[in-house]
Design a protein around this ligand. Structure first.
Ligand code: SF4
Length: 461
């Protein structure tokens, strides 16, 4: 999972790109980077950093950029280790100049593509999906195609999930494209008569842009001084009935204050999606308890939904104040995650002691965070701890950009319900939302379809 941003034509394009990428730092801590095309040198300058901090853009190398087209990226390492060579924006050197990309997602047919580009004398040494995408585009540029058409041809070969922005040394233009199933998010905004491309609407809010629409699944777009040119045959243009938006975006990744825009002009925040999942969970697995306790922060909306439906007060007795660690799930090292989870959560003990509590988190993937929380709730004196998860068991690995390829890390993969309960510290009960209930709630927000492969094994690609 990564976050992307791209824009063209604004006076302060570098500043906007920096502000635009910052709200999605939750999508990746592995690296941050910017690329800006300098109109004088006719070259795209790329600066990027691994293990970045909040004031990363104060570094001189970021301040000295200028130009008219910019892309930005935050990376969560999925394919390839946390290594400066895997940081994005990535580039491929073509005969015309460099192709520079920021992409979100994973390509599933890397070996096949490696063979394809090798027939054109192009070698890809890394495991980086973004580099492979640009290599395939270069392969088609070599055949004499314009960049826009080379991207369209690339899309006939690359399989998997990708939402990407791209630019090149030889023209001042921003390209945006998305896989046919629309697995990873990608939206378009409007600011000062110019367009911006982003992963989430919270980025548009940050730069002051108006939401325009999603980049359609399958669409290729070119944004330059002439405005927007685009493919007319994107999946949505043809009537997409089989799109597969990642349901983990709904339950976890996307920020609660980011919005989905639905047919008929309706809007729904991800917070609302999670609230409805919590309500459905309460209908399926009610329990007699004194308190509903959300796991901050991504468990809060579902806990509130559960509490509202069950008629139980929701008390925020797990706190993370003063420990701004962010999302422990996206830390890559197991020991680091365990340490951070332990440090991150503290309990308001006097409001827990003697109470039976229902604790609600967004999902249970490796179970580490919940194990820490169950122990701390019992240590705080809870008489009962009922764990409720507003998503089905996460059983199958993701190949489309979420770091769960290692099956053995998935707590629900090979364990019975009882073994899972024991593995997270023996709470009084553990219940997941049913797959049918999950799909039914999501269908209200994604009428064209959702990917639920990590829950039901039905891989769309
Ligand atoms: Fe999202 Fe799971 Fe599908 Fe991966 S497999 S895209 S995490 S729903």
């Amino acid at each position: 999972m990564c976050g992307i941003f791209g824009t063209h034509g604004l006076v302060n394009v570098v500043e906007v790109a920096q502000i635009g990428i910052f709200p999605v730092r939750h999508r990746g801590k592995g690296s941050i980077g910017l690329a800006v095309r300098d109109p004088q040198s006719k070259r795209v300058e790329i600066v990027k950093t691994v293990d970045y901090s909040d004031n990363v853009f104060e570094q001189e190398k970021y301040r000295n950029l200028h130009g008219k087209t910019a892309i930005a990226h935050v990376r969560w390492p999925t394919a390839g280790p946390k290594d400066p060579r895997n940081a994005q924006p990535h580039y491929t050197q073509s005969l015309q100049g460099r192709l520079v990309i920021s992409a979100n997602g994973d390509v599933v047919n890397m070996d096949e593509l490696r063979e394809l580009v090798a027939t054109g004398g192009i070698r890809v040494y890394s495991d980086n999906d973004a580099e492979m995408i640009t290599a395939v585009i270069y392969f088609y540029l070599q055949k004499g195609l314009e960049l826009f058409d080379a991207i369209i041809q690339m899309k006939t070969k690359v399989r998997g999930a990708y939402s990407a922005v791209l630019m090149a040394d030889w023209e001042d233009a921003l390209y945006a494209f998305r896989d046919e199933l629309g697995i990873r998010p990608m939206i378009m905004g409007y600011l000062d008569n110019r367009y911006v491309i982003a992963s989430e609407t919270c980025q548009l809010q940050a730069v002051g842009a108006q939401y325009v629409r999603e980049v359609h699944p399958g669409e290729v777009m070119k944004i330059d001084d002439n405005g927007v040119s685009r493919t007319e045959n994107s999946v949505v243009d043809q009537g997409c009935h089989n799109c597969c938006f990642c349901s983990i975006e709904d339950v976890y990744f996307s920020r609660p204050d980011s919005y989905l825009y639905l047919p008929g002009g309706r809007q729904a925040s991800y917070s609302s999606v999670r609230y409805e999942l919590g309500k459905q969970l309460a209908r399926e697995y009610p329990v007699v308890a004194d308190l509903v306790v959300p796991v901050p922060r991504s468990g809060i909306p579902s806990a509130e939904g559960y509490a509202a439906e069950a008629g139980i007060p929701c008390h925020h007795v797990i706190v993370t104040e003063g420990v701004d660690i962010g999302r422990t799930f996206i830390e890559t090292e197991l020991r680091t995650r365990a340490f951070l989870a332990n440090l991150k959560y503290t309990m308001i003990r006097d409001r827990i002691a003697g109470k039976s509590v229902v604790v609600v988190d967004d999902s249970l993937i490796r179970g580490l965070t919940m194990m820490v929380i169950v122990k701390k709730l019992f240590d705080a004196g809870a008489s009962q701890v009922h764990v409720r998860i507003p998503a089905p068991p996460y059983v199958y690995p993701c190949y489309y950009g979420v770091d769960t390829k290692r099956n053995y890390e998935l707590i629900a993969r090979d364990k019975s319900d009882e073994d899972q309960r024991m593995a997270i510290g023996a709470p009084t009960s553990l219940r997941y939302l049913s797959i049918d209930g999950f799909k039914q709630v999501l269908s209200q927000f994604h009428p064209t379809g959702s990917c639920t492969a990590c829950f039901d094994g039905k891989y769309p690609v």
